[in-house]
Design a binder for this molecule. Structure first.
Ligand code: 4AD
Ligand code: MG
Length: 433
């Protein structure tokens, strides 16, 4: 906080009652009647009511306060007074009111279409809803970094421009690269696997890109991907890491952002219960469970939104679905020695039907098997030689996972659409603003 200015949360804290204070912010709402203006002002910490009485400020200040439209930036000086009618219980009785940057007629009013709000995302980003979500997101990210820090992981910085697919060709964004073809990264996994050979436990938080052709409420073309890779860890150890990490992130949000979560319609007390262990549900048992519930689903299929929703019915906490059939997963996963039709892998499904938030697996270390699978899928080996090399020089058992930050936030913040968990969403029909 700059010299001489107080934050609104400080002002509402009560310790400044009767004192003179100065604050800066933006006009949230305003109305005036005769000799009195009621201006609510917001800053990054809260919203406070400012009363500007004609007799208490210089004449020009009163005129300015009366005229200033919402979203104008202002600087106010006055006395902090207790007032039970004011939101927050305190108000600032102005002795001076200055408009720093006047606002034109704000193009967003109370009832607007989703399309309008997306067109004006650069202004709608100031809304209470998006502000609350961004605060929760900041907590989730710092809690994740704290968790990794306390558990012996190094943060590393993988490339975004890449020459090969990690998750298959259908969702790749192609870019020109000095006359050659390159792709935006779908996942840092392969690079994390390479770095794991020296640092053992690594994580990264890069953006990932998916050219998703579908319009769903849980797919973005650009999202933030929290990925971990761990040496000497198998599929079960990988799940233990994930459940602890998710628990740390979610419970930190519940503790540090209770007010924001409540405003978003999420009960923070419920999130405090998101502690390990999370249930493990074998894919085969998942198929049986779906069939028992009358859903026509055959072994070998991939779980869609509806199946994922049904599988977590009645579950309070996230659920791991373990050991999917090979057909529906990527080539790099380790074959399950107990059922070679499947991989040693797990997807973590959020409760309440929010669906997959993590995809993870033990990695195949048999270079022959990797080559076989690439060939079977008609994928040229050349671009993958460096990846195959990782199995040729001191390979060890290892596992890793990728958590979609916006997927997690959509669940935690109880949002219908994933786009509201990212400031500027990129989807199939939108790249602006
Ligand atoms: O399941 P996915 O495709 O797995 C991988 O990319 C692995 N290589 C990760 C790894 O092991 N390092 O993606 C991982 C997670 C998903 O569980 C989901 O949360 C998120 O990334 N995700 C998306 N989030 C938003 N929009 C999309 N289009 C997403 N696609 C995946
Ligand atoms: Mg997945």
């Amino acid at each position: 906080m700059a010299e001489g200015f107080v934050s609104i949360s400080h002002l509402l804290g009560g310790t400044l009652e009767g004192k003179t204070a100065r604050l800066r912010g933006w006009i949230h709402r305003t109305r005036s009647s005769g000799k009195l203006c009621f201006v609510t002002v917001r800053d990054s910490t809260g919203i406070v009511q400012v009363t500007v009485a004609k007799d208490s400020v210089p004449p020009q200040d009163f005129e300015d306060a009366k005229k200033a439209l919402i979203e104008s930036s202002v600087q106010v000086e006055g006395v902090v007074a207790r007032d039970p009618r004011a939101p927050g219980g305190f108000e600032l009785r102005a002795s001076g009111f200055r408009v720093l940057g006047p606002s034109e007629n704000f193009p967003i009013t109370e009832y607007q279409s989703e399309e309008h709000l997306l067109n004006y995302r650069h202004l709608w980003i100031r809304s209470q809803q998006l502000t609350q979500i961004m605060k929760v997101k900041a907590t989730a990210l710092s809690a994740a970094r704290e968790w990794f820090d306390h558990n012996g992981f190094y943060e590393v910085t993988p490339p975004i421009l890449t020459s090969n697919a990690c998750e298959g060709g259908s969702t790749l964004f192609e870019v020109k690269y000095f006359g050659e073809k390159a792709f935006l990264s779908q996942s840092a996994q392969m690079y994390l696997e390479a770095i794991m050979y020296s640092l053992e436990n690594v994580f990264a938080l890069p953006p990932s890109f998916r050219a998703e052709r579908s319009r769903t409420t849980r797919h973005l073309a650009e999202y933030w991907h929290l990925e971990g890779e761990e040496a000497f860890v198998g599929n079960e150890g990988n799940m233990r890491i994930q459940e602890e990490l998710v628990s740390a992130m979610v419970t930190s949000c519940a503790k540090r952002n209770a007010a924001e979560l409540k405003a978003l319609g999420r009960d923070p007390a419920g999130l405090l219960g998101m502690v390990p262990p999370f249930k493990r549900l074998d894919y085969g048992d998942a198929v049986r469970k779906l069939n028992e519930k009358g859903i026509d689903f055959a072994w070998g299929g991939d779980l869609g939104t509806n199946e994922e929703r049904v599988l977590v019915e009645g579950e309070e906490k996230p659920v791991f679905v373990v050991n999917y059939p090979k057909e529906v997963k990527a080539f790099y996963m380790r074959e399950n020695p107990d059922d070679t039709r499947t991989y040693l892998c797990a997807d973590l499904l959020a409760p309440e039907g929010y669906g997959e938030i993590i995809g993870g697996s033990e990695r195949e270390i048999d270079v022959g098997k990797l080559i076989e699978r690439l060939k079977a899928q008609n994928i040229p080996l050349e671009p993958y030689q460096w990846y195959l090399d990782l199995r040729r020089f001191g390979s060890v058992q290892h596992s890793g996972f990728g958590l979609g930050i916006e997927r997690l936030l959509r669940w935690v913040c109880k949002q219908e659409h994933i786009r509201d968990t990212i400031p500027f969403p990129r989807t199939i029909n939108r790249i602006s603003p």
